[in-house]
Write a protein that binds this ligand. Structure first.
Ligand SMILES: [Zn+2]
Ligand SMILES: [Zn+2]
Ligand SMILES: [Zn+2]
Length: 759
């Protein structure tokens, strides 16, 4: 006889682990108990040693879909011999929670089947869930994860639900959001004035309205969506005009994988993501059947997800095949998630509103991901992914404020980094307030106690201004250093490793006060040396040039042609053009930038593809989508200027102009342009490998969402024997900056601590 105490940590709550432990212990005839605490799952078992060991083996090899065991520790204890059986004891809070919280999980196949069965008591019930699926992170107010700590606390379980909840052999044993039509949340349909529309079947009503071309705000798992018929060009354009969103792609929700395969090419890895428990938006290549072009104009891929709540499944069971499902949000913020906010925020946009009364405590956007070369690369990390941490063993307990755009923040504790779900753009006071609320929630539930903090070096973005006010000992991190450090951290590079970092993005504030974005940095976690960059050009009008990429095009032309600037290639209002040329001449309101994003923008405009940009990256995305893979490239020079190797693009631009004038195919010019970027990047890496004896290359920054560039450059680098590091688990865009900030600040803090302890 033995007694053993076992502590299991990881994603162990709300995943059906306790029922599994119970069943296994009973099967083995073991006595004792299991207890869920905010510090992990605690078990004590008593019985024959072989049975205890077989029990532990079963725990480790459990195939529960959502369980993720980080550690399993045990010790032998004195045999008590007083227990009659095995029981589940009440959860308790604990001082040092290291328990991980499960993200929200897409409806499991069993629950999806239940709602379609006529005889099932959950037939057509839109809030069906079990221990394998349903809401988690978005409804949790505090740990430990138990019903009273969630927004389900106000619903009292009916006797049938209570029975399931208490039955260790039931799929709903201790399923905290367990509910049924008799006792759980409800749906209702409302008009824009807030008047409830009487209906026995609001879902059916919504389906009819969607078929008639109406735009419906639908409350989901992490917030509201705006939905309309995905087959109708007219309805989609109506939604575009009401949302004032002319071109930015809309995500689609399709009935099932078979439907997706009719309209898109679906590889195995993509299918697994679509139908897995995370159920993100997957960017897919179009297939044989054509979808309306207004869904994702100028994009090579369209974003598709599958139904991930019972409510979604019900909508599609009533005759719908494809819906536009776009986040209902206001400029750059995550989804609207409170019933009381929605009328004001969506005034004039939605025709009807489908509500429910299960509160969302934490808003969580849909995640966006893509499979490139058979591997998943996350683009927006939120539902299904957050708040699961990444391991970065060496980093101390800290906090990173994150960037200005596509913000995420990050906490580290016990060597793990918890990156928040996508927070959106930090443009103004409202955004910051929203951010603060989410940050405080994270801090509270995980009991974070950061010993240092980090923010972007930029002197006047609101998020960094807030950081400086709150924190005197703040580490201010250069944006592109953070990009490369993020890539290093994600790939588990060690503390003393050095890489050749290529950070290509829109813009970030540089240590020389200029706007950087086409950078070659020799990086360690704690430091960087800017050894090369794209040539500086003027950005006439600053931010205005981001929205009007033809301004960048003119600037590149002026930079590349000393006389007879071929500005006739830019077909915009002649008066506007004259003003911009004058600005370029005098340098008035024309800050200098080395941004790779603006280089792509400028070439996009020069080729007449995009003169204006309505969302971040639009001109570059459109340029990539027309690019034809060709051989050949344009010429460029690498010039040593003030100790840095500058990529001189004058010849590139001149040769592109020549090709345009010779009426060469635009797609081929775009292809040759991409080849040129690959070529100078490769050349720089080879040069710095020789100079610095570094063979590791890290690629980061939003420009690397460009598949032509990423695939082409990776292939060339690997051919030349480089070790290449890219982003997969964390976005290469600014969504990954918070991780990099934490890594840099953590490394600096450690060095300072060592120095102060030895002096
Ligand atoms: Zn389920
Ligand atoms: Zn019930
Ligand atoms: Zn960036």
């Amino acid at each position: 006889m033995r007694r053993r105490r076992i502590v299991v940590k990881g994603v162990v709550q709300g995943v059906g682990f306790r029922p599994f432990i119970y069943k296994t212990a009973v099967e083995k005839g073991l006595k004792g108990w299991v207890n869920n605490t905010s510090a992990g799952v605690f078990i004590e078992v008593e019985g024959e040693l072989v049975k205890i060991e077989s029990f532990m083996k079963n725990l480790k090899s459990s195939s529960l879909p959502l369980l993720h065991i980080e550690s399993l520790e045990w010790e032998d204890m004195i045999v008590k011999g007083e227990e009659k059986g095995f029981e589940i004891v009440k959860s308790e809070a604990h001082d040092t929670p290291l328990t991980l919280i499960s993200p929200d999980v897409a409806t499991c196949p069993q629950c999806a089947a239940e709602i379609t069965r006529d005889w099932d008591r959950r037939n057509s019930y839109p809030f069906t869930n079990c221990t394998n699926c349903g809401p988690r992170f978005s409804i949790i107010k505090e740990l430990p994860y138990d019903r009273p700590m969630t927004t389900m606390s106000e619903f009292k379980m009916c006797p049938s639900c209570q029975k399931e909840y208490e039955d260790p052999m039931n799929r709903r044993f201790h399923a905290q959001p367990n509910a049924c039509p008799d006792c759980g949340p409800e749906l209702w349909l409302s008009d824009p004035d807030g008047k409830m529309i009487e209906s026995k079947d609001p879902v059916n009503e919504v389906v009819e309205l969607l078929k008639k071309g109406k735009i419906i705000a639908i409350k989901g798992l992490g917030g509201f969506h705006l939905a309309c018929n995905g087959f109708s060009e007219d309805h989609i354009n109506e939604l575009r005009s009401r949302k004032n969103r002319p071109f930015k792609p809309f995500a689609l929700m399709m009935r099932d994988v078979e439907t997706v395969k009719e309209y898109c090419e679906v590889q195995e890895a993509e299918e697994a993501l679509l139908s897995g428990p995370k159920a993100p938006i997957v960017l897919l290549r179009p297939g044989k059947k054509i979808m309306p072009s207004s869904i994702a104009p100028g994009n090579k891929r369209i974003g598709v997800m599958l139904p991930y709540t019972p409510l979604h499944h019900l909508l599609f069971q009533k005759g719908i095949k494809v819906l536009v499902m776009t986040s209902a949000n206001s400029s750059g913020l995550p989804m609207i998630y409170k019933n009381e906010d929605v009328f004001k925020e969506l005034d004039g946009i939605a025709d009807f509103y489908l509500f429910h009364n299960r509160d969302i405590h934490v808003p969580v956007d849909d995640s966006v991901t893509v499979v490139v070369e058979n591997e998943e690369r996350i683009i927006r990390r939120a539902r299904g992914y957050a708040p699961l941490p990444l391991d970065l063993g060496w980093v101390g307990d800290g906090f990173a404020y994150g960037p200005h755009l596509k913000n995420t923040f990050a906490f580290s504790k016990g060597g793990k980094v918890f990156i928040s779900q996508h927070q959106g753009d930090m443009g103004n006071y409202e955004h910051i307030e929203h951010y603060r609320k989410n940050r405080n929630h994270f801090k509270k539930i995980f009991k974070f106690d950061p010993k240092f903090s980090a923010a972007d070096l930029h002197p006047d973005i609101p998020i960094s201004e807030m950081a400086r006010k709150e924190d005197s000992g703040l580490y201010e991190i250069q944006h592109h250093h953070a990009h490369i450090a993020s890539c290093m951290a994600e790939n588990g590079l060690r503390k003393r490793d050095k890489v050749i970092g290529l950070a290509f993005d829109g813009t970030g504030y540089g240590t020389d006060g200029k706007m950087w974005g086409g950078e070659v940095l020799i990086c360690s976690y704690e430091n960087f040396d800017r050894v090369g960059h794209l040539n500086y050009i003027a950005l006439p009008g600053g931010e205005a040039a981001v929205k009007e990429p033809w301004r960048s095009a003119l600037s590149y032309l002026r930079e590349s042609f000393t006389e007879d600037i071929p500005d006739e290639l830019i077909e915009v209002d002649p008066m506007k053009k004259k003003v911009v040329l004058q600005m370029l001449k005098t340098g008035l309101n024309s800050p200098k930038t080395s941004s790779m994003g603006r280089f792509f923008d400028g070439i996009s405009a020069l080729l007449g593809i995009k003169y204006t940009s309505t969302y971040e990256g639009e001109p570059a995305i459109a340029l990539e989508s027309v690019a034809i893979p060709v051989d050949g490239e344009y010429s460029f020079e690498l010039v040593l200027t003030e100790g840095k190797w500058v990529i001189d693009t004058k010849n590139t631009v001149r040769e592109i102009v020549k090709d345009i004038k010779n009426k060469k195919n635009i797609g081929e010019i775009a292809g040759k342009f991409h080849n040129t970027v690959i070529s100078f990047s490769l050349k720089l890496c080879i040069m710095f490998r020789e100079k610095r004896d570094i063979n590791k290359v890290a690629l980061s920054g939003g420009v690397f969402q460009n598949e032509y560039l990423l695939e082409g450059l990776c292939r060339k680098l690997l051919e030349k024997g480089f070790e290449v590091y890219t982003h997969k688990k964390v976005p290469c865009n600014d969504g990954g900056i918070s991780l990099g900030q934490l890594a840099v600040a953590g490394a600096r803090k450690e060095i300072e601590d060592v120095c102060s302890s030895t002096s």
